[in-house]
Design a binder for this molecule. Structure first.
Ligand code: MN
Length: 450
């Protein structure tokens, strides 16, 4: 049964591939529109790389979401092919008014709408495939180009799946199929190793403090804790992991496994990448840092393998971004959260902290700073609006929590907008309705848990 569903999705993706191929043969410039997170950026990277390899041309715009004024602008554009990644399925009606052909490679819940002939809509939900666990937008996009022998892009496609937190003790469904294709093509490798981030880039104490997935309680988000740990086990904290001797690596491995056994597990890498981007999760994190800092051109440059200083600039950017995250984690450690019956929340008006609220919310649950059994809402004030990032854990989702639905329903009741995945979702609501909104989410979550 599952196989049949996957097959239908693959067929639709192949149709999209044919459309893309036709437009490339006609030498049309492809208009790419994608999302600003790691998944959207790697999805855009997959299409852009394909087009570049086929000696075609593209024009890409990365946006946080599809807004009305941007859609209106697109309506005036004369491109013959529009390629939407990681968005579009919820805007079928508007998109159907575009002048040219359209490919949508998305994995969010689609709106009910009879699509016109000019749209090739590729979305796992249309075929009963799970779009929050089994494939992300970069994966869906990869499916559209794999017929053009683009198995070399499997690693990039997996970066998006990692970015959208679809890896959980392994990959499922289509994601696993992409892994297998990458393994066969030699562009993805899996090794049992320590899942520490930035092994070739950062001194060990920083690398440990920056490692959040899997979480290392006491070390993740805590430079001083990491230094003390390394001193205690007799390792120099200033050395890079890649410069450790075998014996030292064994000591570190043994001690880290005591903190979290998951730290020694499968690591995914792309052997053809530059050393600091070779680990696919690291690659995903660099893209995320570029996206959060609105350096979309830089992210595209990394995906297209641009030479020059793009890599150094993006790694610097990531250092600053990680500093902001660590400060945010310290803030949560200091201030804690406010708890209602079934949800908890954190609130900020701090300009810098706002940019990482969703991220630090997720981290504070995973490293146990806040109670992981209670869904967390991170609220940022933007003038008269509140931006809400909701995060929860696999365990609470299994208990019935669907944050996407809760934030969608609650925000609608107060003239806001919201939605997303069961485990991670977002909303924007009027500031003056904040308390009412929180109480309603609390009620909805309570009813989901019954
Ligand atoms: Mn996505």
């Amino acid at each position: 049964m599952t196989h049949k569903k996957q097959h239908s999705l693959l067929n639709r993706a192949d149709e999209a591939g044919q459309v893309l191929k036709k437009h490339l043969e006609e030498e049309n410039i492809v208009r790419i529109i994608s999302h600003n997170d790691a998944d959207g950026l790697s999805a855009a990277g997959v299409v852009a790389s394909t087009i570049t390899q086929e000696k075609g041309q593209f024009h890409v715009t990365i946006v946080p979401r599809l807004r009305e004024h941007f859609l209106k602008k697109l309506l005036k554009e004369r491109y013959k092919l529009f390629f939407f990644c990681d968005m579009g399925s919820a805007y079928l009606e508007d998109i159907s008014r575009l002048k040219g052909d359209v490919i949508i490679a998305d994995h969010h819940q689609p709106m009910e709408f009879e699509t016109k002939e000019n749209i090739t809509h590729v979305n796992p939900h249309l075929f009963g495939v799970d779009g929050s666990r089994e494939v992300s937008a970069s994966g869906v996009t990869y499916l559209t180009v794999r017929g053009m022998e683009k198995q070399s892009l499997a690693g990039m496609a997996l970066a998006g799946a990692f970015g959208d937190m679809q890896y959980y003790d392994g990959f499922l469904g289509i994601n696993q199929m992409i892994v297998d294709e990458g393994l066969e093509a030699g562009t993805v490798e899996i090794h049992q190793d320590l899942k520490i981030t930035s092994k070739t880039e950062e001194p060990l104490y920083k690398a440990l403090a920056y490692t959040f997935n899997p979480p290392l309680p006491g070390l993740s988000g805590d430079m001083e804790g990491s230094m003390a740990f390394l001193e205690k086990i007799g390792l120099s904290y200033g050395i890079k992991f890649s410069d450790l001797g075998n014996e030292e690596r064994d000591i570190l491995k043994e001690e880290l496994i005591r903190i979290n056994p998951q730290i020694f597990s499968d690591t995914y890498s792309n052997p053809h990448e530059r050393p600091s981007l070779r680990n696919i999760e690291d690659f995903s994190r660099v893209l995320d840092a570029c996206g959060k800092n609105k350096k979309y051109g830089l992210a595209m440059g990394l995906c297209l393998g641009e030479k020059g200083d793009a890599l150094d600039v993006s790694l610097d950017l990531q250092r600053k971004y990680r500093d902001t995250i660590l400060k945010g984690v310290e803030w949560i450690k200091r201030e804690g959260s406010t708890t209602l019956d079934h949800v908890q929340y954190i609130y900020t008006e701090d300009k810098v902290r706002k940019s990482v609220m969703g991220t630090i919310a997720g981290i504070s649950l995973s490293i146990g700073l806040l109670d992981a059994n209670t869904p967390l809402l991170a609220l940022s004030r933007m003038d008269n609006l509140i931006k809400v990032s909701g995060r929860t854990t696999v365990a609470t989702v299994q208990a019935g929590v669907d944050l996407g639905k809760a934030l969608h329903d609650a925000s609608q009741s107060f003239g806001g907008k919201g939605g997303g995945h069961d485990i991670a979702a977002g909303a924007v609501i009027p500031y003056k309705e904040m308390d009412n909104f929180l109480n309603l989410v609390d009620e909805i979550i309570s009813s989901q848990l019954v």
